[in-house]
Design a protein around this ligand. Structure first.
Ligand code: NDP
Length: 253
């Protein structure tokens, strides 16, 4: 894996916490620091801390951080065009930024929550994908990893919009992989079950107690468990695509 990852440039959306942050760290570990990382999120302070942590252990790792709200569509292409030279030639895009907002019946979901989920989970993922495709097609290689969810194959009550968004991710990812069948571009979907990150805090609008309840009576996964799969999938031989990874904690039904 270390050899196949050597010198690759990885762009991770939503790298300030949870799965995105863990994935940045896992790429460093798996490549012995021989990797270039572009990390974006809205909380720049978090990204600064992460860069420090990475470079303390792997001084040779090139890390570029930028504050970017992925829902600001018009900023995505300029962001990619203005990346420092070292980070422009992206090899792996991890479309990770995403969220659920609230758990409620359809009639009660606020317009802000509806927009927030669709903008982040669907539109931003499509926009980043569209923005890297010309580069990947020119090179005839590149990996696109989309964070779906078990909610993308199993819709539950009070999760209508989030489940809808993640069903979209599943269909979009599958369609794109088939569209690119004549290229060496790999398209991979990751569908996690319960992973203890800030996801549940965000979903519960900051209520930490409610957030914790989701994991009562079970042992959830952690960001690094999903990161482990992402790094594994993107370091297979170029002739192999792991199209989907459905990853549950052993204690989740
Ligand atoms: P976290 O809340 O811990 O991380 C979400 C990340 O997305 C943060 O870095 C956050 O950064 C970033 N983000 C959110 N909104 C924006 C935005 N508008 N612009 C830029 N970055 C943004 O959750 P997870 O790590 O768990 O979630 C990662 C992905 O995994 C999501 O797509 C989620 O749907 C999916 N997933 C998670 C599961 C779980 O149980 N945790 C289960 C199945 C799927 P910041 O706030 O600084 O902008």
């Amino acid at each position: 894996a270390a050899q196949r990852l050597a010198n690759k440039t990885v762009l991770i959306t939503g790298a300030s916490s949870g799965i995105g942050r863990a994935t940045a760290l896992e790429y460093c570990a798996a490549s012995n620091g021989n990797i270039k990382l572009s990390l974006i999120a809205r909380r720049l302070e978090r990204l600064k801390e992460l860069k420090l942590i990475i470079n303390e252990k792997y001084p040779q790792t090139k890390v570029y951080i930028e504050k970017l709200d992925v829902t600001e569509t018009e900023k995505i292409r300029p962001f990619l065009e203005n990346l420092p030279e070292d980070f422009k030639d992206i090899d792996i895009l991890i479309n990770n930024a995403g969220k659920a907002l609230g758990s409620d019946k359809v009639g009660n979901i606020s317009q802000d929550d509806i927009q927030g989920m669709i903008q982040t989970d669907v539109i931003a993922l499509v926009n980043f994908t569209q923005a890297v495709l010309p580069l990947f097609k020119r090179k005839n290689k590149g990996d696109i990893v989309n964070l779906g969810s078990v909610a993308g194959i199993d819709a539950y009550p009070t999760g209508s919009i989030y489940c809808g968004c993640k069903h979209f991710v599943k269909a979009f990812t599958e369609s794109l992989r088939k569209e690119l069948i004549d290229t060496n571009i790999r398209v991979i979907e990751v569908l996690p079950g319960k992973v203890e990150t800030e996801f549940s805090v965000v979903r519960n609008h900051g209520d930490e107690l409610l957030a914790k309840k989701v994991y009562e009576g079970m042992e959830p996964l952690y960001g690094e468990d999903i990161a482990d799969f992402i790094v594994y999938a993107t370091s297979r031989k170029p002739n192999t695509v792991i199209a989907e990874g459905l990853i549950f904690p052993t204690s989740q039904a």
